[in-house]
Design a protein around this ligand. Structure first.
Ligand code: UD1
Ligand code: CA
Length: 460
């Protein structure tokens, strides 16, 4: 396919969201909605990908960093036609003579739809081809007015539409493919003579027709995919649609989702086959989970990389963690950034781990905090162990060498090191390094006071 230029309109505010943040930055399936549009555009492998920014321009640029090549600043938002004209200087030289224009608020649009639009545009020889769709309730959208022979005559915005035009159910999706020169010429002659006092991109339709050019509409069968998000209700629908699509893609690759409508998996996440994901699981960011992974109900994973056969039991939170093959986590565990669980290691109930590595087969099964710790293979960390890593000023490291046994209710006052194969007796406060092979006992000596109960003072 010959290359195209793509222009994304991303300068508007989106009043109907009733938000301080501009509409295009609201998250859909874990990313700003405009990033989904840019991602779809990128997949067309355009000669140039340009975005028009305006409201909260810096944030929008940031959301599109690495996706868009160039940005045009539309400092006053005078309408979609004005936005295109604003970008014209960036589009003039080089690139392609075919221009695809997308609104930043159609996060569900598929690459296949864009490809079909471009192909249709080229076949038909039209100056402008746009995507339309039919909806039961067209309110808020531009209506596609056709002549008696069914040919597109113009697009009329809701606020400018006559009562009978408002009845039209075929609407403009805001996705266009145009001959750049003809479109820009038509837009330059457009006037803001409409209810909103704006320069409308949609005016190009009748302007091109009146110059004897051809305009075509591609009627898209699935409205949900191409509809712009304007309200919070539509935002919720876009989220549901993109999460549903991600779930279907995983199912096709051999992942079991026990209730796809109740898992929220980032479309960028990769999950190996024969993995099982229980309901109420949230997977954020580009996580990678190996084959035969089980994620039980109520877990949230963000930027997790896990090997094969990992089990994440109920109600765990994992953030920026790496898990080797066969690692087991939870129930009720919290793995914070910088956690590495090597092959076959296990972290159990009410255990919090931060910036720590647990070696092969090492276990910390109950009620434990491990922070800034490097723990060798084959260690056993007893219930209630705490690395006292923070002295009020800095974070200090704890090192446990291979095969160490830490008895229950131990405090390891960092910086501290326990040598290979050493034991620490339950209830110890370890302030000094323990040599390899030693037993450390650091607790008060027990005293029994015989007959104390009988002699104790009583209330009168
Ligand atoms: C637009 C179309 C309407 C279509 C609808 C589909 C026009 C005049 N109308 O209406 O026919 O049915 O989309 O969703 O084009 N933007 C700018 N600069 C501006 C104004 C808008 O960059 O000055 C951007 C917005 O950020 C947004 C896109 O253009 O991404 C569409 O703008 P919006 O205000 O949502 O247009 P609609 O009124 O929905
Ligand atoms: Ca819109």
């Amino acid at each position: 396919m010959r290359r195209v230029d793509v222009l994304i309109l991303a300068a508007g505010l989106g009043k109907r969201m009733r938000s301080r943040r501009i509409k295009l930055l609201h998250q859909v399936a874990g990313r700003p909605m405009v990033a989904h549009v840019a991602e779809a555009a990128r997949a067309l492998r355009p000669a140039r990908l340009v975005a028009v920014v305006g409201h909260q321009a810096d944030e929008v640029r940031e959301a599109l960093a690495g996706l868009c090549d160039l940005f045009a600043l539309q400092s006053e938002q005078r309408g979609t036609g004005h936005a295109v004209v604003t970008a014209a200087p960036l589009l003039r030289r080089g690139g392609s003579s075919t221009l695809v224009i997308l609104s930043g608020d159609v996060p569900a649009v598929r690459v296949s739809t864009l490809r079909a639009l471009v192909a249709r545009h080229r076949r038909s020889g039209a100056a402008l081809t746009f995507v339309s769709t039919r909806v039961p309730d067209p309110s808020g959208y531009g209506r596609v007015v056709r002549d008696r022979d069914g040919r597109v005559a113009r697009i009329v915005e809701e606020r400018d539409a006559a009562p009978e035009e408002r009845e039209i159910r075929e609407i403009n999706a805001g996705i266009y493919c145009a001959e750049r020169a003809s479109l820009l010429a038509a837009l330059r002659s457009a006037r803001p003579d409409n209810a909103q006092g704006e320069y409308y991109l949609t005016d190009a339709v009748h302007r091109l027709l009146s110059r004897g050019k051809r305009v075509a509409a591609v009627l898209h069968p699935e409205a949900e995919e191409v509809l712009g998000v304007n309200t919070r209700a539509e935002l919720a629908r876009a989220n549901a649609a993109l999460y549903a699509r991600a779930a279907e893609a995983l199912q096709e690759r051999g992942v079991t989702l026990l209730d796809p409508a109740r898992s929220w998996i980032d479309p960028r996440a990769r999950v190996g086959r024969d993995s099982i994901i229980w309901p109420d699981v949230v997977i954020e960011g580009p996580c990678v989970l190996g084959e035969d992974t089980v994620v039980r109900p109520g877990c949230r994973l963000r930027n997790v990389a896990a090997g094969r056969g990992v089990e994440i039991r109920d109600h765990c939170v994992l953030d920026d963690a790496r898990l080797g093959d066969g690692a087991v986590v939870g129930p009720f565990a919290h793995l914070r950034p910088g956690t590495v669980l090597e092959t076959g290691s296990r972290v159990g109930n009410f255990v919090e781990v931060k910036k720590s590595r647990l070696g092969r087969g090492t276990k910390a099964m109950h009620l434990t905090y491990l922070g800034d710790a490097t723990i060798g293979p084959g260690c056993n960390i007893g219930a209630g162990t705490i690395t006292c890593n923070y002295d009020g000023v800095r974070k200090n490291p704890t090192t446990l060498d291979a095969g160490v046994f830490i008895g229950s209710d131990t405090q390891l006052i960092a910086p501290v090191r326990v040598g290979k194969g050493a034991y620490v007796a339950a209830g110890s406060t370890v302030t000094d390094d323990v040599p390899p092979g030693a037993l450390a006992i650091g607790r008060g000596k027990q005293r029994n006071i015989e007959g104390w109960v009988a002699r104790r003072p009583r209330k009168r």
